[in-house]
Design a protein around this ligand. Sequence first.
Ligand SMILES: [Zn+2]
Ligand SMILES: [Zn+2]
Length: 276
Amino acid sequence: MQQFSFHTHTIFSDGKNSAEEMLNQAVKLGWSEIGISDHLIIHENITASPSWCRWQKEPHIFWNNFEKIYDYFARNCEYIRKISDNYPLKIRLGAEVDFFPYGGWIEKFIKIRERLELDYCISGNHYLILDDQYHNLLDIKDVDKIDSNQQVKAIRRHLKTLCLAAQSGLFEFIAHIDYMRKIDIFTDPQFDEDKKEVIEFFAHNDITTEISTKGLRKNGVFYPCLPMLKQLVDNRVKLVISDDAHRVEELGYQFDYAEKTLQELNCVNRWSFVDK
Ligand SMILES: [Zn+2]
Ligand SMILES: [Zn+2]
């Protein structure tokens, strides 16, 4: 069974436990390795979002200034590196990053990623993008603020963004590819072709994605759902099991069930961390 998770959060972003508590639990589970991937959400126009009133309550998660988020992340990185020696497992420092390819974002992101000396990044896209220039974002809790036509466009843009994130080469894997199923119309067959294109893009470009047990915790279905998972395996897309743990008891959550599911689907292409 997979004995690690690279998709985990601590109180530094929206997790409920400290890094120490998460690391202690990983040791208890007998893991030899763990990656900590707190949220890195930086968009210079974020305060113009119709959802800003929601996000501004969490100023340590939603940022509009690259220098400031660098300072915040750097302090945490330094802290985790300092405590790492106390644990008998390999600790990798990462981030779960919302990918916003508006002009200049990628270059600025690469700079802070390098300065932070992160071991890895995963792409986790959580917001609707309201325009092709990626200037305006919306929290999916505010999806009712846009009409159904705009919702369709935003979902298509989101699925395209997953491919752009993958293509950027900045991410070790792409998280929760059907995250937008939180919006009712995401399951509509009109998006089947768009989803298929994402999976084929991943297949042709050797992109890794996750099977996340967070979906099981939330509504009894993996991220991604079984039909997408089956398509991923059939296309031989590389997979990693994630728990997207936000608290200690979520580390390794239902990994045995995820393993069993991958076996039943005859998945042979599995991801593991490779030092660069
Ligand atoms: Zn996420
Ligand atoms: Zn996450």
